[in-house]
Design a protein around this ligand. Structure first.
Ligand code: ADP
Ligand code: ZN
Ligand code: ZN
Length: 795
């Protein structure tokens, strides 16, 4: 019997081998889904892998996987679920690349890649609606007249029939049926254009299918009346598949905006760079019109009959972009991200495999997994954004890297765009590995905002602060609102008070599951943990000393909102953070309200820094630069520079320079002055010097190894042991194990080992050694419950 390898959505390494019954042998093609048994009673939907089995080096839980493999080798697949593959060969290769490079089980990649409807045993159900049509024997006017006559007393049924005829465009009183085309009948247009118009030579429209609900509404009749007509055999009922995705309307290339001279110049340079670079970086200041340039490139690509993948870091951005892109690309544009229902995502997936796939897909991270038949261009906007990297769960992949790999498989070009390139991408561009194009003029030469630094340490000492606001910031915001303009306040912490404390004894409410203090969320009336979601009541009294003075310290966005409402009662305030954007339409609502001026003061976390484009914002306040600058991570300055430059970029409008008030206790830091002067080059130079000296990316590649266990002693000894095993192989490239800043999360104690590999090393070999060392260690029974995973190129 033929054997195949199957990928299952399980966190296990490698593929599973099954036998294929002869009857299914031709059907079980690579990329098709198969239903397979596993263990005693479980059944899974798996994907037929492309290549026959090969031993894949030594892997985690090697022994277990092997025994399991032997045991199931004899089992047969139960059925093949697809006539054609749901995964094209490029998608399969991408899965394998991610599994290998990020050292995650391919089953975890499958879990991340496929919408649930494609990987569940029950599976995806197409949406259907009921349609009604006349039984063939009634499809002539004479018969219908007789029928209507017999229904004289059944007025409800008569109403249904009359409404049906009207919806079909048939005048029952005319000598000859009105000749209308199906297209003239809106409610029937979807279904009547195929097999209608062919019956009994009388009138095509008499065979039209009319939606059940449409008919019910139009007739003002009852369900019972329709039922009776069906029972009499007058109407036949059919279920038709209908799409869940709204139609985007006709594409309108005429709506593409002509490029300014500077933009056209950048556009041409991009085309030149793309001729000999697979990846090109567009370094364009905020509001320089990068999006307009992308639109021109997208149109050019689809004119060449190739597809485009347009990735943005945040779902919020798809909301604003959708309108802009729909105006041009209409129904050639598909949108794909995790806020869409699973069924909708399955529809888009299947459409990508069909004979008329979307030409342009706009999406967040997970869109990189969609099938493409002829990908020609990948655009990665705001390429510096860390949300392109998946943190938890595995696979911990970077969508920018994955998209570049994907593009290369198709021979497609990749364009990275940003005002603040990541150190890695800029380095690649400077080294000549990527093409580089600069655009340093804003559209219509609107000036970059003036950034004013306010020393809040000094103001605090002189008791001149109103809570988190300096007098300068308050005055600027007030003036802006009075002029009918808008303001944004940026604070990168959500909740009310990040820290709560008893001033008498110093007691701090902590999460029982994690090593962190709880954040006070006043609107929700809880103290909650941002790591595990644990929530508890707000303490009124200290459990330690009974003091009732318990106080919140620090400012989350909720408290900022509270404070500004009392200081500027006339402001129309909105808040945008994780807590206010949990529902599908919340982003759109918040952005729409601000764009239309319904609200005029927007408070938000980093979410507001991501490329949103509003044209009436004249003032931006950065409330607490220090929380970003003091973050204990080698990327702190990079993130701080990026975030503050981006959020500043929201300020400025036609004819008037925007103003940014940057509040900090360390106004003298070089990075602060680099932000003020929009000095990316200077910043990048300092950053690279430091990175080179301290052996960090882009000169070294990092891999973190995380070990987790309930018992701190066990994780400690496991960490030490793995550390010394790795040192035998990698020497001083290994650092740790260390306790990370938050050393216990969700009841698991954590250790972290850092591996720094210089460029030029054979990384594939290094990964093999890493897996090997880990597998050896895990043979030890003491480590049975130990969780170990890798974070490759961590952010
Ligand atoms: P970026 O992506 O670089 O931040 P955008 O493409 O969002 O910049 O452009 C900023 C604003 O300027 C948008 O409102 C955009 O519509 C407008 N704009 C940019 N270029 C043009 C152009 N060539 N014609 C008309 N409007 C433009
Ligand atoms: Zn106390
Ligand atoms: Zn917790």
């Amino acid at each position: 019997m033929k054997q195949i390898n199957v990928i299952l959505p399980l966190p296990l390494n490698g593929e599973f081998t099954y036998a294929v019954p002869d009857g299914l042998a031709d059907k079980a093609k690579p990329g098709c889904r198969v239903l397979v048994p596993l263990g005693k009673s479980r059944r899974y939907v798996g994907i037929v892998a492309s290549a026959p089995s090969q031993e894949e080096g030594v892997q985690i839980g090697e022994e277990d996987a092997k025994t399991e493999k032997k045991r199931i080798e004899l089992k047969e697949i139960l059925s093949v679920l697809d006539g054609n593959p749901v995964l094209l060969s490029q998608q399969m290769r991408l899965w394998n690349w991610i599994a290998d490079y990020y050292m995650s089980p391919v089953g975890d990649v499958m879990k991340a890649a496929l919408p649930s409807g494609l990987k569940q045993v029950e599976g995806f159900r197409p949406k259907t609606e009921r349609f009604l049509m006349l039984a063939p024997q009634y499809r002539d006017v004479q018969t219908l007249r007789v029928l209507l006559d017999t229904l004289k007393r059944a007025t409800k049924q008569q109403a249904v029939l009359t409404a049906y005829l009207q919806l079909c465009g048939v005048d029952k009183d005319a000598e000859v049926p009105m000749s209308g085309h199906a297209e003239d009948v809106p409610s029937a247009a979807d279904s009547a254009d195929t097999d209608a118009n062919q019956s009994c030579g009388m009138s095509g429209n008499l065979s039209a299918e009319i939606g059940y609900d449409t008919l019910l509404n139009a007739s003002h009749s009852t369900v019972a009346a329709i039922r009776s007509l069906m029972d009499k055999g007058v109407f036949l009922s059919v279920n038709r598949e209908v799409g869940r995705i709204n139609d985007g309307g006709k594409a309108c290339p005429g709506n593409i905006k002509p490029l300014s001279e500077a933009q056209a110049d950048a556009y041409n340079q991009i085309l030149v760079q793309m001729m000999n670079h697979p990846v090109t970086l567009l370094h364009g200041v905020t509001s320089s019109g990068k999006t307009e340039i992308y639109i021109h490139l997208i149109q050019k690509t689809i004119d060449e009959h190739r597809q485009v993948l347009y990735l943005v870091p945040e779902i919020a951005l798809t909301v604003q972009l959708t309108e802009r892109l729909k105006r041009v690309f209409g129904n050639r544009l598909g949108i794909y991200h995790s806020r869409y229902s699973d069924a909708e995502r399955v529809e888009i997936w299947q459409r990508q495999l069909s004979g008329h796939p979307y030409d342009v897909i706009l999406g967040a991270r997970s869109a990189v997994f969609l099938p493409f038949q002829r990908l020609g261009l990948v655009v990665i906007d705001e390429e510096h954004e860390t949300s392109f990297k998946q943190q938890d769960p595995a696979p911990r992949y970077h969508a920018r890297s994955a998209a570049i790999v994907l593009a290369q498989m198709y021979g497609a070009r990749t364009l990275l765009g940003t005002a603040t390139p990541s150190a890695e991408s800029y380095h690649n561009a400077r080294q000549g590995k990527y093409g580089l194009v600069g655009l340093d003029r804003r559209y219509q030469d609107i000036r970059l905002p003036e950034i004013e630094v306010v020393d809040i340490k000094d103001l605090r000492r002189r008791k001149m602060m109103s809570g988190p606001f300096s007098p300068r910031l308050l005055a600027a915001v007030r003036a802006s609102l009075e002029r009918g303009e808008q303001a944004i306040l940026f604070q990168n912490r959500r909740g009310f008070a990040p820290m709560t404390e008893c001033p008498v004894c110093g007691w701090v409410p902590k999460c029982p599951n994690c090593d962190v203090s709880l954040t006070h969320h006043r609107n929700a009336g809880v103290m909650s943990c941002h790591y595990c979601g644990y929530a508890t009541n707000v303490p009124e009294q200290c459990p330690n000393c009974d003091s009732r003075e318990i106080r919140g310290r620090g400012y989350g966005t909720e408290k900022i909102e509270d404070a500004i409402r009392s200081l500027l009662p006339e402001a129309r305030v909105a808040r945008m953070d994780l807590d206010t954007t949990r529902t599908r339409n919340a982003y759109g609502q918040l952005i729409g309200d601000f764009a239309s001026g319904r609200t005029n003061l927007l408070i938000g976390t980093q979410m507001i820094s991501k490329g949103l484009d509003f044209d009436k914002v004249s003032v931006v306040g950065i409330l607490d630069a220090d929380s970003m600058l003091n973050y204990p991570d080698f990327r702190a300055y990079e993130h701080a520079f990026t975030m503050m430059s981006q959020v500043s970029g929201r300020a400025g409008r036609k004819g008037r320079q925007g103003l940014v008030i940057l509040q900090t206790k360390s106004p003298g830091l070089p990075v602060v002055s680099q932000i003020v002067h929009n000095d990316y080059e200077g910043f990048y130079h300092d950053l690279l010097t430091e990175r080179r000296d301290f052996h960090y990316p882009p000169f070294y590649r990092l891999t973190y190894v995380y070990l987790k266990h309930r018992d701190d002693n066990t994780v400690n000894s496991a960490g030490l042991e793995l550390g010394s095993r790795l040192r035998e192989i990698f020497g001083t490239r290994v650092l740790g194990p260390d306790k990370p800043a938050v050393a216990r999360v969700k009841t698991l104690c954590i250790r972290k080992i850092m591996l720094k590999l210089e460029s030029g090393l054979d990384y594939a070999l290094a990964r093999q050694y890493l897996r090997g060392a880990l597998a050896d260690m895990l043979k030890d029974r003491r480590y049975g419950a130990l969780q170990v995973y890798f974070d490759v190129d961590p952010l």
